[in-house]
Ligand binder design. Structure first.
Ligand SMILES: [Zn+2]
Length: 124
C-alpha cells in the first residue's frame, strides 16, 4: 500500500488528468480542481479513460487503492507511479494478458454496487 503522501500526490495527478481530458476533449474549462466538482462533471460522460480515473478515486475513498481488484494483493508503488489507474497486480495482469483470466469475471469488483445502476437490475 502506498504511503499517505504518495497517495496524495497520485490523487493530484489523477485529478489533473481528469481536468485535462475535460478541457481538451469536452471543451469544458476546469477552474476548480476539487474532487467533488470534477467528479460531478464526469456524470454521463462515457469516456474509458475518465472512467478509469474516476474508479481510481473511488478505490482511494474506500481505502482499496493500490490493491489488486482480483486477488487483493499489493500493486507495486513503481507500477502505480507509472500508471496511477493500475488495478491489477503484476501476476494478475500477466495472467490477463495471457488470457487466463477473463475480464468479464473481474467486472463486479470494479465498482461498488450502489453506484452501478445496472447491478440492481441484474441481481433482481
Ligand atoms: Zn492480483
Amino acid at each position: 500500500m502506498a504511503m499517505p503522501q504518495q497517495l496524495k500526490d497520485i490523487r493530484e495527478i489523477i485529478l489533473g488528468r481528469i481536468a485535462t481530458i475535460l478541457e481538451h476533449e469536452y471543451r469544458d474549462p476546469v477552474t476548480d480542481l476539487t474532487e467533488d466538482i470534477l467528479t460531478a462533471k464526469l456524470a454521463f460522460k462515457a469516456h474509458p479513460q475518465l472512467n478509469e480515473l474516476r474508479l481510481a478515486l473511488e478505490r482511494m475513498k474506500r481505502g482499496e487503492y493500490g490493491r489488486c481488484i482480483f486477488c487483493k494483493g499489493s500493486i507495486g508503488e513503481t507500477a502505480l507511479a507509472q500508471n496511477p489507474t493500475a488495478h491489477f497486480c503484476n501476476s494478475c495482469s500477466g495472467e490477463l494478458r495471457r488470457g487466463e483470466l477473463r475480464r468479464g469475471e473481474l467486472r463486479p469488483h470494479l465498482q461498488s454496487p450502489d453506484d452501478h445502476p445496472d447491478r440492481a437490475a441484474i441481481s433482481a
